[in-house]
Every structure is written in structure tokens, then in C-alpha cells.
Ligand binder design. Structure first.
Ligand code: DAK
Length: 260
């Protein structure tokens, strides 16, 4: 697929995926969602040496200012539900990706943009970042998982308040509430995210993938997270990486994990 709205750069094994519709504050139109679906569903899983992915927005003003309001104006109920399902499927691909995916939030993360950031494994906020779910201003509700993931990140009461009032959180408040992992000076979001991915890349890849699965299992109504952890713990003890990690500890040397 040719990407029109995603700019993808690779640096030191880390992919930096920039949503690039700066004139529309990087709003997620259908084409951008299709490109994200292809990237996370088809392209990225084939990249063996990938350490992790950083998602950010073009320009200094916005991460992503929402779904593209101009485009979804024409939707009826059936088409709206179909679009929401499609969008949720894309964000599940991100949430379940076996390597770290970090949102480098460089400005407005509103509506679908806040939902995109929340689907990532972690969020680094620049000091100008603003998070919010302003859908009620438009007479709709979030459709890409916002009502569910906001509770997971900041708890029910605060989520209710943000969803009902459409208020925005600044970076410090997002950090205080647990929505942002770190706050950094504007322009340093990607660098901080790279630092985190570089640290994760030194760990055992199979274990990292199992961490993603087990943490997500907690929020999956169809799974018993504790039972899932028992099963996946058993799977990691059978890996070559576990033998290598234990041997490296005993021999007091850095581990050389192969992801097997
Ligand atoms: N969609 C389309 N264009 C947008 C946009 C958006 N979400 N946000 C901004 N833009 C465009 C503006 O229209 C403007 O374009 P021009 O007029 O220059 O052509 C340009 O970006 C610059 O924006 P402003 O001139 O408004 O810039 P300001 O600095 O004055 O304000 C702002 C920045 C972020 C506060 C403001 O742009 C704003 O309030 N934007 C809208 C934020 C918003 O409400 N976002 C949430 C959208 S609701 C669904 C699934 C998911 C969703 C909905 C349905 N279905 C399955 C049906 C999710 C919904 C949302 O995300």
C-alpha cells in the first residue's frame, strides 16, 4: 500500500509513524484509518528486527484532533456503527501489537486522537499536549473505544466527567491521573519514547509479547487474566530466552536474548 497520510521513518530499529494531515490537525479520515489498518495488520508484523513503534502527529499543534468531522457528517446509523467497528478493530491491532507501541503526544489528542493514544501501550506527553473526548459537543459519543479505555486509564468518576463535560486535560493533569506516563518539554516526546523502547529492546522479546497479552487479558471480559498469566508464565519458562536470562544472571553478564 502507498501511504498518503502516514509518514514512516525507521531509526535504530524503531519505527516512527507520523500521522501527516497537518492542515486538518491530523484528523483521522477513512484513508488514514485504512493505512493504519494495513500498517498494523499487514506491514509491521512482518518486520522481524523491529524494536517498537512510536506514533506521533505532524507539526507542533496536534497529535490527532479527532476523527475527521467533515467526513463522518454524511454517516447514518448503520454506516456509523460499521465505521466504529472498523476503527475499533484497528485500535485493537495497536493494543495487541507484540512490541511496545508508544504515543508521543505533541499537541491536541482529542476524540479519535485521544482514543488512538489510549490504544497505545504508553503515552509520552509534551508539555503542550491536551487530551479530551469532546464528542458530546457534536451530539455523538466516542466510537473508537473511548468510553472503555478512558475508564481503564483514569477511573470511572474522572472518565465520566471528561466524557460528559468535554473538558480537556493538560499534560500535567494527564500525568497525575495516569493517562500520560511521562511529561517532557515540547519537541522531546519522540526522543523520550525512543529511550523507553531502547530499554525494552534489551529484554526478552517473547516475554515482552506475553506481557502485552497478559495485561490486555485483564481487560478482556472473555478471559480470566490470572489463569492466562499461569499459562503464559509456563510458556516463557520453556523458552531459550529464559535459559539465557538465568545463565546471564548467574554468570554476572548481560543477557543476549534471541527471541526464542
Ligand atoms: N476533523 C476535521 N478537521 C479538523 C478537525 C477534525 N476533528 N479538527 C480540526 N480540523 C481542521 C479545522 O477544520 C481547520 O481546518 P480549516 O478550517 O483551516 O480548513 C484546521 O483543522 C485547524 O483547526 P482550527 O482552525 O479549528 O484550529 P484552532 O487552533 O482554532 O482549534 C482545536 C484547535 C483542536 C481546538 C479545534 O480545531 C477543534 O476543536 N477541533 C475539533 C476537535 C474535536 O471535536 N475533535 C473530536 C472529533 S469527534 C465515529 C468514530 C469515532 C468518532 C466519531 C464517530 N463513528 C464510527 C461514526 C470520533 C469522533 C471524534 O473524534
Amino acid at each position: 500500500m502507498t501511504y498518503e497520510n502516514l509518514n514512516i521513518q525507521q531509526e535504530d530499529g524503531i519505527l516512527i509513524l507520523t500521522i501527516s494531515r497537518e492542515k486538518a490537525l491530523n484528523a483521522l479520515n477513512g484513508r488514514t484509518m485504512d493505512e493504519l489498518a494495513y500498517f498494523f495488520g499487514e506491514a509491521a508484523p512482518q518486520m522481524d528486527d523491529l524494536k517498537g513503534i512510536i506514533i506521533t502527529g505532524a507539526g507542533e499543534k496536534a497529535f490527532v484532533a479527532g476523527a475527521d468531522i467533515k467526513e463522518f457528517l454524511a454517516l447514518d446509523a448503520a454506516a456509523g456503527a460499521e465505521m466504529a467497528q472498523k476503527g475499533q478493530d484497528v485500535f485493537f491491532l495497536i493494543e495487541r501489537f507484540p512490541k511496545p507501541v508508544i504515543a508521543a503526544v505533541n499537541g491536541f489528542a482529542l476524540g479519535g486522537g485521544c482514543e488512538l493514544a489510549m490504544a497505545c501501550h504508553m503515552r509520552v506527553a509534551g508539555e503542550k499536549a491536551r487530551f479530551g473526548q469532546p464528542e458530546v459537543n457534536l451530539g455523538i459519543i466516542p466510537g473508537y473505544g473511548g468510553t472503555q479505555r478512558l475508564i481503564q486509564h483514569i477511573g470511572k468518576g474522572k472518565a465520566m466527567e471528561l466524557l460528559m463535560t468535554a473538558d480537556m486535560l493538560n499534560a500535567e493533569d494527564a500525568h497525575r491521573l495516569g493517562l500520560a506516563n511521562h511529561v517532557v518539554p515540547a519537541g522531546e516526546e519522540v526522543a523520550k519514547a525512543k529511550e523507553i523502547i531502547a530499554k525494552v529492546a534489551q529484554k526478552a522479546p517473547v516475554a515482552i509479547a506475553k506481557i502485552v497479552e497478559c495485561v490486555n487479558a485483564y481487560y478482556d471480559g472473555l478471559k480470566d487474566g490470572f489463569a492466562y498469566e499461569v499459562k503464559e508464565f509456563g510458556a516463557t519458562t520453556g523458552t531459550e530466552d529464559f535459559k539465557e536470562g538465568a545463565a546471564a544472571f548467574i554468570e554476572r553478564r548481560p543477557a543476549n536474548f534471541q527471541g526464542k
